[in-house]
Write a protein that binds this ligand. Structure first.
Ligand code: ADE
Length: 224
């Protein structure tokens, strides 16, 4: 799976993909992540990528031309399944969306800044708008990194233990049960007996009950 991320701040995306599972996915050839500097596609002398908003108001608007040039170049090289714009106006990212996107081959991600991007880029190129939550960040780079992480770990072969993504919180619509490792007793705080019992069916039953209980108290909306 290939991601092409278009941004004015490529430096912000140098590190998130260079560690752990995301790095391993790239080393295995399962995912490719390319970061494009929008400024390289600016056509005027000043290399500007934004301009004043028509109708007035505060803040600058990201211009059409650099985005269009970068997207057109990428599209002339291969077909894309989605052009995603990271924006607080979008549908909120969740596990079903991550699952859907993990089946795609090529995805372009646009990162906005300032007041946003010219609406015509959204109208003409963008196929999907995604938010990572109801709060406003300074730009779309961190949201893009969150999206790529959520999606890449779901691609078959990325996680060593294939069942591990399947047992993630949310994958079955429930939060995770509590987990423990050594020591058995830490200052009087003990690991629940059932986890030490070696009784697989009992442990599975306990985990399911705990997951349901935790979901009921913390995220009842997931049970609706
Ligand atoms: N850009 C700024 N804030 C954002 C958010 N919450 N989600 C996605 N993109 C954003």
């Amino acid at each position: 799976m290939r991601f092409d991320i278009i941004t004015v701040l490529p430096g912000l995306l140098e590190s998130p993909f260079a560690h752990s599972i995301l790095l391993r996915a790239q080393k295995k050839g399962i995912s490719e992540i390319y970061v494009h500097n929008l400024r390289d596609y600016a056509t005027n002398k000043q290399k500007s990528v934004d301009d004043y908003p028509y109708g007035g108001g505060s803040g600058m608007v990201m211009s059409i031309a650099p985005f269009a040039a970068c997207i057109e170049k990428l599209k002339s090289e291969r077909e894309y399944d989605e052009v995603i714009f990271m924006t607080p106006d979008g549908e909120t990212l969740n596990q079903p969306i991550a699952n859907q996107l993990s089946t795609k081959k090529n995805i372009i991600i646009l990162c906005g800044h300032y007041k946003g991007i010219d609406q015509r880029i959204r109208d003409v190129y963008v196929t999907r708008e995604i938010s990572i939550g109801d709060y406003v960040l300074s730009g779309g780079e961190l949201p893009a990194a969150v999206l790529v992480d959520a999606v890449v770990r779901l691609i078959p072969g990325v996680l060593n233990d294939e069942t591990s993504a399947l047992s993630d919180s949310f994958q079955d619509g429930l939060l995770d049960a509590p987990i423990y490792t050594r020591p058995v007793d830490w200052n009087g705080h003990k690991v629940p007996d059932v986890l030490l019992s070696g009784h697989a069916a009992e442990i599975e039953k306990w985990r399911f009950e705990q997951a349901v209980e935790r979901t009921k108290t913390r995220r009842p909306d997931l049970l609706d």
